[in-house]
Design a protein around this ligand. Structure first.
Ligand code: GTP
Ligand code: MG
Length: 464
């Protein structure tokens, strides 16, 4: 158990509200708070039963003037969020009330907590690991149902459990190797096939976690989606249809959209950052030209391009030119205006664009509720990005830090396989395996560098 000074912060958002929660943590949290918080039952704060909310009065330190009526609770170490003594004060919300109490706590010896400092202390005291800490931030910042659920499952330890299991397997294997290396006369060498089996078993489990990264990241961050195409094909109408709003201006005048228009939507539990762009074509108009450049840039930066075509006009050279910009991107072709006379069957588009028919959706944005073709488009988006769906027990890694550490472990496993083939002795394999164990430890934070810990906690807000 590490000893730290007493930190305090308002843990609830700024603004007018019914209550605001102030949190204090540190060995002297109760001693600090009891200078200004007086339980109505006559006891001192430090003498209160742990985890029991008690009606209390807060008085100004300098003259004893009453400044708030609160519910206070002491959570004694180690049974608290941080693992230290924690005091939480439920004061009245609003711009000033909680601030006033917090200032008095500073006068009583606490200092303002840094962003993420409570969770960092929890980590230092073994109350949480890095995966769970990251899940906490993800849960707070989640913008979609799937992202929220994945974070909640990781927070309750689902992901840590998976990584720890692999690590335990590697540790048992290391013990085995070490025994062989240390007592060659008493313990038989492990046969090559068994060595390979053991490494394969570890590698496969790491692969499984890595395979989930695509889904995990999409669930956490959503999909940056750009709507692109010629002028007047119905791009803005598509944005409005997907978001069920009138966000973008729609007219029959080509060149209506000049600047990009963005809207956040949720499609089957996935967050989409939808970006409507100016119709791309040759233009002399300087304002329009800027919009067109932005459109091209957005195509370059996107993860999904909804490439809109006016199906009543077929494919023009201009369409093909814009389609070129989407090379290398995940594209869904939208055949819009299918309510009008359509000159070509879907096969024509498959051939002309060299795209699979699974990536083509016919829409008619001004008609139907929901607009025609939009539900099919939504189903295609989830199919593409969350193939096989997500079950309620699935939990995926979701950020680069986790992925990079797992890749490192996986590469070491690959190297070990080669070493086994070359007939390397147990002590050499053991050294590699130690490194692999350390890489797995980085994922949960057992063996992580300070710099990485800094980075993880810098993403938190004050009060968490
Ligand atoms: N019949 C029919 N008309 C449509 C459909 N979708 C859009 N339109 C019409 O097509 C015209 C252009 O629609 P917009 O959504 O503004 O097209 P855009 O691609 O955003 O155009 P720019 O911003 O100028 O590049 C409007 O008059 C829409 O009402 C459709 O599915 N069927
Ligand atoms: Mg438009």
């Amino acid at each position: 158990m590490k000893v730290f000074d007493t930190i305090a912060a308002i843990a609830t958002p700024v603004g007018v509200g019914g209550i605001a929660v102030i949190r204090l943590s540190g060995e002297a949290a109760a001693e600090c708070a009891e200078k200004i918080v007086f339980p109505k039952n006559g006891k001192t704060l430090a003498a209160l039963e742990s985890h029991k909310l008690t009606l209390s009065t807060v008085k100004r330190l300098s003259d004893g003037a009453i400044i708030d009526e609160v519910l206070a609770v002491v959570m004694k170490a180690p049974h608290s969020y941080t693992g230290e003594d924690v005091v939480e004060i439920n004061c009245h919300g609003g711009h000033l009330a909680a601030e006033t109490v917090l200032e008095e706590l500073f006068r009583s010896g606490a200092r303002l907590a840094e962003p993420g400092e409570f969770t960092r202390r929890a980590f230092m005291n073994g109350k949480t690991d890095l995966l769970k800490a990251e899940a906490t931030i993800d849960l707070i910042h989640s913008t979609s149902a799937l992202g929220r659920d994945n974070a909640a499952r990781a927070l309750s330890g689902g992901l840590s459990e998976k990584v720890d299991k692999i690590r335990d397997e590697a540790v048992a294997f290391a013990a085995n190797l070490s025994a062989v290396a240390d007592y060659p006369d008493e313990i038989d060498e492990i046969p090559q096939t068994e060595l390979t089996e053991k490494i394969n078993s570890i590698a496969e489990k790491i692969d499984e976690l890595l395979l989930g990264f695509g889904k995990g990241r999409i669930m956490r961050d959503g999909i940056r989606t750009v709507i692109a195409g010629r002028p007047n094909v119905g791009k803005s109408s598509l944005l409005n249809a997907i978001s069920r709003t009138d966000r973008a201006i729609v007219t029959d005048i080509p060149g209506t959209t000049r600047d990009t228009v963005e809207e956040y939507v949720t499609v089957n539990g996935i967050a989409l950052r939808l970006i409507d762009t100016a119709g791309i074509h040759e233009s002399d108009n300087s304002v329009e030209k800027i919009g067109i450049e932005k459109a091209k840039q957005n195509i370059e930066d996107c993860e999904l391009c909804l490439f809109v075509i006016d199906s009543s006009e077929g494919i023009s050279d201009e369409d093909l030119k814009i389609y070129e910009y989407t090379k290398g991107k995940t594209v869904i072709v939208i055949l819009n205006k299918t309510d009008k006379f359509s000159a070509n069957p879907p096969e024509y588009y498959e051939k002309a664009l060299g795209i699979d028919k699974d990536c083509i959706v016919a829409t008619s944005t001004p008609f139907g509720k929901p607009p025609l073709g939009i539900e099919e488009l939504e189903a295609k988006i989830s199919e593409k990005f969350l193939a096989g769906g997500v079950s309620k027990d699935d939990v995926f890694i979701s950020n680069d830090r986790q992925k990079d550490a797992l890749i490192k472990a996986r590469q070491i496993a690959e190297g070990m396989k080669a070493s086994v083939k070359e007939g390397m002795p147990a002590d050499i394999l053991y050294i590699d395996l130690e490194e692999l164990i350390s890489a797995l430890g980085e994922v949960t934070g057992v063996t992580v560098q300070d710099e990485i810990i800094e980075q993880v906690f810098s993403r938190f807000c004050v009060g968490k």
